[in-house]
Design a protein around this ligand. Structure first.
Ligand code: MN
Length: 252
């Protein structure tokens, strides 16, 4: 299933936050603006057009002028200084520029009512932007490592989606099996956010702002599910009116 634009209408453009990371290709190993291609593929399969948004200081407003929806992708831990905590020994080294750029995207997109999906670290950053806090190492809190082994594999586990939530509209309420890869989690929920999904151990797996039509965070990785892109379909669908209203560059 994809979100269909009216015949002749433009497909929604979905911005995806990129980040600078050292990467290797052919003979080069150097700093690159990176987005895992799984996100781009999921957006295409859902009927949208992905657009990579490179992180640059102060660029968020102009970048968001050109998109109809936003995905903030997963990645390393949010700097604990942003929520007033000292770093845990297992917390990643801070990525100050990335935290700043993605925070600007989240705040700016919220102000515009732009449909937004924040994935994994993206949801954690969203919570911190709203003055919430994080558990820095879930195994310390839960006594198990069921949300990530720390390696490159995704662990499947079930989550319960709250009936009546924005997330339930996108996925259906009830239990879903998701792909998990996180060692941190939500502690205090940020201002204006509501929990819309939990794992059996109580871990918060989804947050949403009910004052918007589509402003969601998920703790899991929907982009790795090759069979089910329904959350991206819901995002693209929510972006359709923005695509219809966005002025065409150079026109008029
Ligand atoms: Mn999980």
């Amino acid at each position: 299933m994809t979100a269909r634009a009216r015949p002749g209408a433009r497909r929604p453009v979905i911005g995806v936050s990129a980040y600078e990371e050292t990467a290797s290709w052919t003979v080069w190993t150097e700093l690159a603006a990176l987005v895992p291609a799984r996100y781009l593929g999921a957006i295409r399969r859902a009927g949208g057009v992905p657009m990579v948004l490179p992180g640059g200081p102060g660029d968020a407003p102009e970048l968001l002028d050109r998109v109809d929806g936003l995905v903030v992708v997963g990645g390393p831990d949010v700097d604990p200084e942003l929520y007033g905590a000292a770093p845990h020994e297992r917390t990643d080294a801070p990525r100050v520029e990335r935290d700043r750029f993605e925070s600007e995207l989240l705040v700016e997109a919220y102000g515009r009512g732009l449909p937004t999906l924040a994935v994994c670290r993206g949801m954690q950053l969203l919570n911190v932007v709203r003055h919430g806090t994080l558990h820095q190492h879930l195994p310390d809190v839960l006594g198990h490592s069921g949300h990530s082994t720390g390696g490159d594999e995704y662990l499947p586990h079930d989550v319960d989606v709250t009936p009546g939530s924005l997330l339930a509209k996108a996925l259906g309420s009830g239990r879903v099996c998701i792909a998990s890869h996180h060692h941190q989690g939500i502690d205090v929920v940020g201002d204006g956010l509501e929990v819309d999904a939990r794992a059996d151990d109580g871990t918060i797996e989804g947050l949403e702002d009910p004052s918007r039509d589509f402003y969601l965070g998920v703790q899991w990785h929907p982009e790795v599910d090759e069979h089910d892109v329904s959350i991206f379909v819901a995002l693209v669908k929510a972006a359709l009116p923005f695509a219809a209203a966005r002025p065409i560059e150079g026109a008029g």
